[in-house]
Design a protein around this ligand. Structure first.
Ligand SMILES: *[C@@H]1O[C@H](CO)[C@@H](O)[C@H](O)[C@H]1NC(C)=O
Ligand SMILES: *[C@@H]1O[C@H](CO)[C@@H](O)[C@H](O)[C@H]1NC(C)=O
Ligand SMILES: *[C@@H]1O[C@H](CO)[C@@H](O)[C@H](O)[C@H]1NC(C)=O
Ligand SMILES: *[C@@H]1O[C@H](CO)[C@@H](O)[C@H](O)[C@H]1NC(C)=O
Ligand SMILES: *[C@@H]1O[C@H](CO)[C@@H](O)[C@H](O)[C@H]1NC(C)=O
Ligand SMILES: *[C@@H]1O[C@H](CO)[C@@H](O)[C@H](O)[C@H]1NC(C)=O
Ligand SMILES: *[C@@H]1O[C@H](CO)[C@@H](O)[C@H](O)[C@H]1NC(C)=O
Length: 392
C-alpha cells in the first residue's frame, strides 16, 4: 500500500497491529539451501581444496576422489564423516580435508548440526565463512564460527577478521567474553570466548561436545539497517528452538534467547563483509596449533607437534567431523538483511595488491587464510621430523 493512502481509524489500527507483529517477526529468515550428509560428497556443492594450507599446517589436502579412496570421507547413518588419515606414519604431511561451499552467501542464518568435531593435540579444526575472493583477504572478511586448537580452550571461540580496524563495542547481548576487540588485528582478529553459553554441563567444544553427541550451532549475519551484527548460538542435541527442527522453512532468532557471542558491529564495519563461502577444515600444527603446542600438555606427550603428525596416526582417531546437515536461511530477514538492501557490501579486489594481504601469525593467531602463503614443502616437514628424531 502506498504510504499516502488515506486511512480509516480501523485500517490504521490494523496497520499498527501489523507493525507490532512485524517488529516481533522482523528477523524471520526463510530457508535457502539445505546440505544433507550426501551433498558433501558432491563436488557440485562442495569444493575440495587441494592447495597448500595457507596456515602452514602439516597436512596434504585431498581431492573429493582421493578423500573417498583414503576413507577420509564417507556417509554413514545419514552423517557425513570427514577426517584426517590415521595411518601411523605420515612423514610427508598427513592427508586431511578442506572444503568450501560452491555457493556464496551474504546475510542470513547459517545452521550446523554436528555430532562430532575434530579433537586432539595438534588439531586445529574450524567451521567458518570467508570471502570468496581469497586472494584479496582480509578484504571481504571472515567469520570463524567454530574454532579451537590442541583442545586448549574449554569453550568455543568465535572470531571475525576484517581488513581495516573494526573495534567491537563492549555493549552487546551475548553471554560470551570478549577476548580480543579489534577485528582488524592481523593475527587474532576480534574474538569472543563462548564460555557462558548454556547450562553448566553443556559443552560447545572439544571432547565434551563429542561425548554429548554434539549439537546445533547457528550463526546470524545481519548487517542491514536494523541488524544485530553477527551472533552465534549453541544448543546441545535436543534443546535447540523448535524453529530449528529439521525440515523447518523459516527461523526467527528473536525467539532464541541470548546468543553465546554477539559481535555488535552492524554500523561500524558493515562494508567489511562481502559474499562468503562456507568452509570446513582440519589442519594440524601450523600457525596456531603448532605455535601454541609447547604451552599445552601435548608437548609432554608427543615431544613436538611435527613428531605427532609424522609418527602417531592413532592419536588422530578423534580428528573428524560428523555432520548431519548445514542449512542456510538467507532470504527474508527484513531490514536486518543487508543483502536485500541497496547497501549491500561489495568488495573491490583490484584495489589491493596481493602483497598487502597476509595471514595470521603469532602464537595466538586465529587467522585462517593468507593470500601469500609462505613456501610449504613436504621436505620441510621431513626435515622438522628428522631433526626432532635426532634430538629425541
Ligand atoms: C576450489 O578450491 C581451489 C583450491 O583448491 C580454489 O583455487 C578454487 O578457487 C575453489 N573454487 C571455488 C568455486 O571455491
Ligand atoms: C572407513 O572407516 C570407518 C571408520 O573407521 C570404518 O568403520 C570402515 O570400515 C572404513 N572403511 C573402509 C573401506 O576401510
Ligand atoms: C585494506 O587495508 C589496507 C591497509 O590498512 C588499506 O590500505 C586499504 O585501503 C584497505 N582496503 C579496503 C578495500 O578496505
Ligand atoms: C540488546 O537488547 C536490547 C533489548 O532487546 C536492545 O534494545 C539492544 O539494542 C540490544 N543491543 C545490541 C547491541 O544488540
Ligand atoms: C569466561 O572466561 C573469562 C576469561 O577466561 C572469565 O573471566 C569468565 O569468568 C568466564 N565466564 C564464565 C561464565 O565461565
Ligand atoms: C541433528 O542431528 C542428529 C543426528 O543426525 C539428529 O538426531 C537430530 O534430530 C538433528 N537435530 C536437528 C535440530 O536437526
Ligand atoms: C601415539 O601416542 C599414544 C598416546 O596417545 C601412545 O600410547 C603411542 O605409543 C604413540 N605411538 C607412537 C608410534 O608413538
Amino acid at each position: 500500500m502506498p504510504s499516502h493512502s488515506p486511512l480509516t481509524a480501523t485500517a490504521a489500527a490494523g496497520l499498527l497491529a501489523t507493525a507490532l507483529f512485524n517488529s516481533a517477526s522482523a528477523s524471520s529468515w526463510t530457508l535457502t539451501d539445505t546440505y544433507d550428509a550426501n551433498s558433501f560428497l558432491q563436488t557440485s556443492s562442495w569444493n575440495y581444496s587441494t592447495g597448500t594450507d595457507p596456515t602452514h599446517g602439516l597436512v596434504v589436502y585431498q581431492s573429493a576422489d582421493q578423500a573417498k579412496q583414503l576413507n577420509l570421507t564417507r556417509v554413514e547413518n545419514d552423517l557425513f564423516y570427514m577426517g584426517v588419515s590415521t595411518v601411523e606414519e605420515q612423514l610427508a604431511g598427513r592427508p586431511s580435508i578442506r572444503i568450501n561451499s560452491q555457493k556464496s552467501y551474504s546475510d542470513g542464518i547459517y545452521v550446523l548440526n554436528a555430532t562430532h568435531m575434530p579433537t586432539s593435540c595438534a588439531v586445529w579444526p574450524a567451521w567458518w565463512t570467508v570471502t570468496k575472493n581469497l586472494d584479496s583477504w582480509p578484504i571481504g572478511g571472515e567469520i570463524d564460527i567454530i574454532e579451537n586448537a590442541n583442545d586448549q580452550y574449554d569453550s568455543n571461540l568465535a572470531s571475525l577478521h576484517t581488513n581495516g580496524s573494526c573495534i567491537l563495542p563492549e555493549a552487546n547481548n551475548g553471554t560470551g567474553i570478549i577476548a580480543y576487540q579489534d577485528c582488524g588485528d592481523s593475527s587474532t582478529g576480534c574474538r569472543i570466548e563462548m564460555n557462558g553459553t548454556t547450562g553448566a554441563s553443556a559443552s560447545n567444544t572439544g571432547p565434551a561436545f563429542n561425548k554429548a553427541d554434539g549439537g546445533i550451532y547457528a550463526m546470524e549475519r545481519s548487517l542491514g539497517s536494523t541488524g544485530n551484527g553477527i551472533r552465534v548460538w549453541f544448543w546441545p542435541q535436543g534443546s535447540a528452538p523448535s524453529d530449528l527442527a529439521s525440515g523447518s522453512n523459516s527461523v526467527n532468532p528473536a525467539n532464541w534467547g541470548k546468543p553465546g557471542a554477539q559481535f555488535a558491529i552492524a554500523d561500524e564495519c558493515h562494508a567489511d563483509f562481502g559474499e562468503h563461502q562456507i568452509t570446513f577444515d582440519i589442519t594440524l600444527c601450523g600457525d596456531w596449533a603448532g605455535n601454541t603446542y609447547e604451552q599445552t600438555s601435548c608437548a609432554k606427550t608427543y615431544g613436538a607437534c611435527s613428531a605427532q603428525v609424522g609418527y602417531n596416526g592413532s592419536s588422530f582417531n578423534e580428528a573428524y567431523w560428523a555432520v548431519d546437515s548445514v542449512r542456510v536461511f538467507s532470504t527474508g530477514g527484513g531490514t536486518d538483511n543487508a543483502a536485500n538492501s541497496a547497501n549491500t557490501a561489495s568488495v573491490s579486489a583490484s584495489s589491493v595488491s596481493a602483497e598487502n594481504a597476509k595471514g595470521g601469525n603469532g602464537s595466538s593467531s586465529g587467522a585462517m587464510v593468507a593470500a601469500v602463503a609462505l613456501p610449504w614443502s613436504v621436505a620441510a616437514l621431513v626435515a622438522v621430523v628428522s631433526a626432532w628424531t635426532l634430538v629425541a
